[in-house]
Every structure is written in structure tokens, then in C-alpha cells.
Ligand binder design. Structure first.
Ligand code: AMP
Ligand code: MG
Length: 360
């Protein structure tokens, strides 16, 4: 199928628990023919193409404006397919699959050259995931091939957690969007590199380091995950995606980290300065702190001790603040433990270099 930038995009509602088999068959046909289908997963919405079809995978990069050196995750419908795609002779992949699949864990293993090089960006390794969302699984089964899928947003924008977000970014660029309501967790999968020992978290997500360590023993975190630096400073990241400013709203985001009371004070001071300069300011804060930030467009993200709540609403909040045309965003940081590591990573990436460590 030739790439048409202005193709007709079909938006189809499906039941998240038991999607209509006829609709899923049609969506599978689109993928088989080399088309692009956006679909819900338990993390964020993905943009799928047949991982065996070079032309189709190239269209994903074109539709998203994604740099060609940033490889895609290959989504499968059954854990047994891992061995066909990747060399798991160490057995760690199988162990993790038993513990966490289907679910938000992506395993990086030596590849077997089965998927098109456009999907792996020419790397020797391949990233594989078995998603839990019933619609994602039905789609992969209907396609009958592994499905290469990054998040279904324009490159650099916050990942989509609803079909409306996908439509905003990709209408006219993809053949079909399956709408099954909000995606579950709100942040992307954990990416775990199993080509090194000890295994290395390249991107934190829904499966936490603590959970992985219970199965594997020692698991390290790539220093780039919490690095505070402009992505251009990261020269040789293990995960090519780490190079790019990600998850970013249009307005510059300033992230305040530190102890709760001092952090709130520092953020309030900055807010006062910005408001005095006549700027329209957005604030991301924990539930209960809204009243501290009068004069700003305030989005509460959930309880501080529940980072999964923050994760679920984060990307929608960034998109909302863009719609509100704020000129600057001030954000309260979260402790980087458990799911908080994924949230802290996304906030720091959205902030670029603008991370302020608040001292008492
Ligand atoms: P996305 O598809 O937008 O959720 O991003 C996928 C993430 O997985 C990116 O950060 C990629 O760089 C990373 N990734 C995919 N394949 C590999 C691989 N073979 N080795 C390391 N990282 C990978
Ligand atoms: Mg992405």
C-alpha cells in the first residue's frame, strides 16, 4: 500500500473487554494489507503495523515524524512467540514472561532477524511485549503477524491515553483508530534489557524495579532514566529513544523536586513571579494542593503516595495544559520509588534540563 499522507481515518468504537470479532477482523485485514491501526493497550494507545512489512513499518515513522534510529516494540499474542523472535537461551525471558505477561513489560533480547530492519532500526536486539488489553490481543491475533507499535502520538508529544488524543495527532495519517475508552496505566511499558548482566531497566514503567528484582535478583536502572540533562547531552544511550525530548507539552515545563513543604513554597514563589509578569501558568500538583496555586490553571494528579494515580492522568494533563494555552508549566515532583520511578522519569524528560532541586 503506497503511503498517502491524507488517507481516510476510520474511528471505530469497540468494547474494551469483548471487542466485536467482525470489527477486529477488519482491523486485522488493514494490518495485513500494510495499513496502520491505532489501538488501546493497558499502558497507552499504540500505532500498529505488521512487523514483517518494511513499507508498513516505515509508514509508522512517517506518520509520527519519528526518527528512524528509534526502534519499535514488537507486540505478540502468545508468550511462545518470544522464542521465534528472540534468542532467550538464558531463560530469563521465559521466567519474566511467566511472572509478568501479559502486561506492561518489554523484553530486549538478541534478535533472530525475523522482523523488518525498519522496526529494529538495524539493531541486533529486538524489543518484545505481550500486552494484556483484550483489544490489543484480539488485533494481533486477527493480523496473524507480530505487530510493531510505538505510542500513537506525533513524535515528541505526550503519549495518547485516549482515542481522542490519537485523533488529534494522527487523523488523516492512519487508516483506523480503535476507541475502547481510556488506556489503563497511562505510562508506557517498562523496557528491560536482557542482553546485559545484571538486567538493565532502559525505561521504567508499569512493572516496577522492585517487582523485577523479586524474580531476577539484581536489576539495575540505566543512569539516563533519571539524568537531568538535555537529551542532546546524552551521547550514546542504550535505548535510542532516550535521546529525544519526550512526553513534552508545548510550553516549557519546570519540575520542582524535594521535600514537600519546601517544594510547595518554591513553586508558589515562582508562580507569583510568573503571574506578575503577566504569564498564563499551568501547575501540576498532588491532590489536595490545588488551593496553594491560585491564579494558575491547576491540574491535580492524584495522591502523592499513589504514583499510579499520577501516572494515569499525567499525559492527559499535559495535553489539557496545551489546550489551555499556558505559557509555562510548573510541576511538583514525585518520589522516584515503585511506580514513582516511571512518573519521575516522564516528568524529567518533559522538563528537559529544567529540574529544580529544592533544598529545605
Ligand atoms: P515507544 O514505542 O515510543 O513506546 O518506544 C519504545 C522504546 O523502546 C524506545 O525508548 C526504544 O528506544 C526502546 N527500544 C525498542 N527496541 C529496542 C532495542 N532493541 N534496544 C533498546 N531499546 C529499544
Ligand atoms: Mg513513544
Amino acid at each position: 500500500m503506497a503511503f498517502r499522507f491524507h488517507c481516510k481515518t476510520e474511528l471505530l468504537a469497540v468494547d474494551p473487554q469483548s471487542p466485536d470479532p467482525a470489527v477486529m477482523r477488519r482491523a486485522g485485514e488493514v494490518l495485513k494489507r500494510g495499513g496502520l491501526v491505532a489501538f488501546p493497550t493497558e499502558t497507552v494507545y499504540g500505532l500498529g503495523a505488521s512487523a514483517l512489512d518494511q513499507g508498513a513499518v516505515r509508514r509508522i515513522f512517517q506518520a509520527k515524524g519519528r526518527p528512524a534510529d528509534n526502534p519499535l516494540i514488537i507486540h505478540i499474542a502468545a508468550a511462545e512467540e518470544l522464542e521465534w523472535l528472540a534468542d532467550d537461551s538464558g531463560g530469563r525471558g521465559r521466567l519474566l514472561a511467566q511472572a509478568f505477561w501479559p502486561g506492561p513489560l518489554t523484553l530486549v533480547l538478541p534478535g533472530r532477524g525475523r522482523v523488518t530492519t525498519a522496526a529494529t532500526a538495524g539493531l541486533d536486539s529486538v524489543a518484545v511485549r505481550l500486552p494484556a488489553h483484550p483489544v490489543a490481543r484480539a488485533l494481533i491475533r486477527a493480523a496473524g503477524v507480530p505487530v510493531a507499535a510505538p505510542s500513537a502520538n506525533l513524535s515528541g508529544r505526550p503519549s495518547p491515553t485516549t482515542a481522542a488524543h490519537v485523533w488529534q495527532d494522527l487523523a488523516g495519517r492512519v487508516e483506523m483508530i480503535l476507541d475502547a475508552g481510556p488506556a489503563g496505566q497511562g505510562v508506557e511499558s517498562t523496557v528491560l534489557d536482557l542482553t546485559v548482566s545484571p538486567p538493565l531497566i532502559l525505561r521504567p514503567g508499569g512493572v516496577t524495579r522492585e517487582e523485577l528484582q523479586r524474580v531476577l535478583g539484581r536489576v539495575d536502572v540505566d543512569p539516563a532514566v533519571l539524568a537531568v540533562q538535555k537529551e542532546t547531552d546524552i551521547e550514546q544511550p542504550r535505548s535510542p529513544g532516550m535521546k529525544y525530548r519526550h512526553y513534552a507539552p508545548r510550553a516549557p515545563l519546570y519540575l520542582f523536586e524535594g521535600e514537600a513543604v519546601a517544594l510547595r513554597r518554591a513553586l508558589r514563589e515562582r508562580l507569583a513571579t510568573e503571574l506578575a509578569a503577566g504569564r498564563r501558568v499551568g501547575v501540576l500538583c498532588r491532590e489536595g494542593n490545588q488551593a496553594c496555586y491560585e491564579g494558575a490553571v491547576v491540574v491535580p494528579l492524584g495522591r502523592q503516595d499513589r504514583p499510579e494515580q499520577v501516572a494515569a492522568g499525567l499525559y492527559a494533563a499535559l495535553r489539557y495544559l496545551d489546550e489551555q494555552a499556558v505559557e509555562i508549566i510548573l510541576a511538583e515532583g514525585v518520589p522516584a520509588v515503585g511506580m514513582g520511578l516511571a512518573v519521575a522519569n516522564r516528568l524529567r524528560r518533559a522538563a528537559g534540563g529544567n529540574v529544580l532541586e529544592v533544598k529545605n
